[in-house]
Design a protein around this ligand. Structure first.
Ligand code: SF4
Length: 475
């Protein structure tokens, strides 16, 4: 997909004016926070499990080459094949070559962020192959010609009416007067449409949550069962995965599944956790006759040797997105590429480069919620800060931005100057808004006041209040 991350401010402004989007996001944040807190509270060892999950990922990353080679050996031993791809172009070509060799014209797809990252659907369509998304959320956004807006809830930005409108437009052969007034009706219609696709797809493409080195298995975690239909019904199964998905053992993968389910959808366990190990064997009731793993580097090896390596622990749970107040106001599409929210603010500059990601590392209030909920304890705010520093060093921002940052830097390094500036300004601002307590417009703060009120200072600075409190506490 074409990245529009460099246009984040304009994308965000448009999103802030979309009342339907704001309502959908507000519901996500309210319900997710409540449910995630409840599911975490029911497991006393949840935090210890998160430490263990981070340690498993760190160990796997420390020995990544070893575990990937071991994974390949085991896949081959089971009758499968691994395709090593340096970038998205090679990965798309590898998938196309398999489709061509099979004479396939249609593929069924389970959920895969790597497929979004490499732009697989558009590539297959350009080459005469029709991809059909089978995950309900992915199917909904595909019908609307949109990208997913959240890692695990791709259509979370839409309400029932918007989804129904999309179905009416896409399923033109059906009775236009049919009732599509709730989730059950929408689900039934999608299920009927997808049933034929499952049965007729020649090739099934899925993602992979984990790659297990000891067995050569691909672990798939889903809630709808579409992933299982996608890899068991077609005659060929292709699993798309990036290299950092490798873990040593099945026990390690299951430890990660325990934190993944709780963090992604606030469930103790997702409905389906499947281990796919090679093609069908003689006597198996079902399963594909060929099994391929398309393994993407896509810039990860570079990250592996960098100070930002911790982002490779990410297990794509989407918890940081569901909790982030910035994501909660602008939604995933504003971030302009595959990964939105805090994970996107760190991963996009790493995979696309600082000029393409531009504003994303700055799209954070640094409230720290993302780090608090990350199941593999990725220090997301610190990583965003390091990208901000790099963007400043590489002069990625505008001249005005750089000049203001320099001025601010010069002032905060001189406490006496800072106090001399901030004290009078905050008194003046407090005095001018003494009746309403807020500012609806302020020079140089239009980006803030354009979409919300700016609370007026209450008078005096934090440093002055701190000094007063210390004096009062002194014996
Ligand atoms: S960064 Fe952490 S919280 Fe965000 S998607 Fe990845 S694992 Fe989940």
């Amino acid at each position: 997909m074409e990245a529009t991350s460099a246009r984040f401010p304009a994308n965000a402004r448009a999103a802030l004016g979309d009342a339907d989007l704001r309502a959908s996001l507000a519901r996500l944040q309210r319900e997710y926070r409540r449910d995630r807190a409840a599911v975490a509270a029911r497991l006393p060892e949840f935090d210890a499990l998160r430490d263990a999950a981070a340690a498993i990922k760190d160990h796997a990353l420390d020995h990544l080459a070893f575990y990937l080679e071991r994974f390949e050996e085991r896949v081959i031993a089971q009758g499968g094949q691994v395709h090593w791809c340096r970038d998205g172009t090679e990965a798309c070509e590898a998938v196309l070559a398999i489709c061509r060799a099979e004479g396939a014209t249609a593929v069924g797809k389970g959920k895969s962020m790597i497929s979004e990252e490499i732009g697989l659907n558009a590539f297959l369509e350009r080459n005469g192959i029709a991809p059909v998304e089978t995950d309900l959320g992915e199917y909904i956004v595909q019908q609307r010609g949109e990208a997913p807006s959240h890692i695990v809830m791709p259509a979370i930005h839409l309400n029932v009416k918007q989804i129904a409108d999309g179905f009416r437009a896409a399923h033109g052969a059906l009775d236009p007067a049919r009732a599509l007034d709730g989730p059950d009706a929408l689900l039934a219609e999608a299920r009927t449409r997808l049933r034929d696709k499952f049965l007729s797809a020649e090739i099934g493409i899925t993602g992979a949550n984990f790659l297990v080195a000891e067995t050569g298995s691909v672990v798939l975690v889903t809630n709808e069962g579409n992933g299982d239909l996608t890899h068991t019904l077609p005659r060929i199964h292709i699993a798309l995965a990036s290299i950092e998905k490798a873990v040593p053992t099945i026990d390690d993968a299951m430890a990660l599944v325990r934190v993944l389910a709780r963090s992604a959808t606030a469930q103790e366990i997702t409905s389906y956790t499947s281990l796919v190990t090679g093609p069908a064997r003689a006597g198996d009731a079902d399963g594909p006759r060929a099994f391929h793993v398309v393994l993407l580097d896509g810039g990860r090896s570079r990250l592996l040797g960098s100070e930002r390596r911790a982002i490779l622990r990410c297990i794509r749970c989407g918890a940081c997105q569901s909790q982030c107040p910035v994501y909660g106001h602008v939604g995933g599409h504003a971030y302009g590429w595959v990964y939105a929210g805090p994970v996107g603010a760190v991963l996009t500059p790493a995979l696309l480069g600082v000029p393409a990601a531009k504003h994303l590392p700055a799209a954070s209030t640094f409230c720290g919620r993302c780090e608090e909920v990350c199941p593999v304890r990725i220090p997301l705010p610190a990583l965003m800060r390091s990208w901000r520093e790099e963007a400043f060093a590489r002069r990625a921002g505008s001249a005005t931005e750089r000049a203001l940052l320099k001025l601010w830097g010069a002032a905060v390094r001189r406490p006496a100057l800072w106090r001399a500036l901030v004290g009078p300004v905050s008194y003046v601002l407090a005095f001018c808004a003494r009746r309403s307590g807020v500012y609806r417009a302020l020079p140089l703060a239009g980006g803030w006041t354009g979409a919300r009120d700016m609370p007026a200072p209450e008078g005096g600075s934090f440093v002055a209040a701190w000094a007063r409190a210390r004096k009062a506490d002194a014996p």
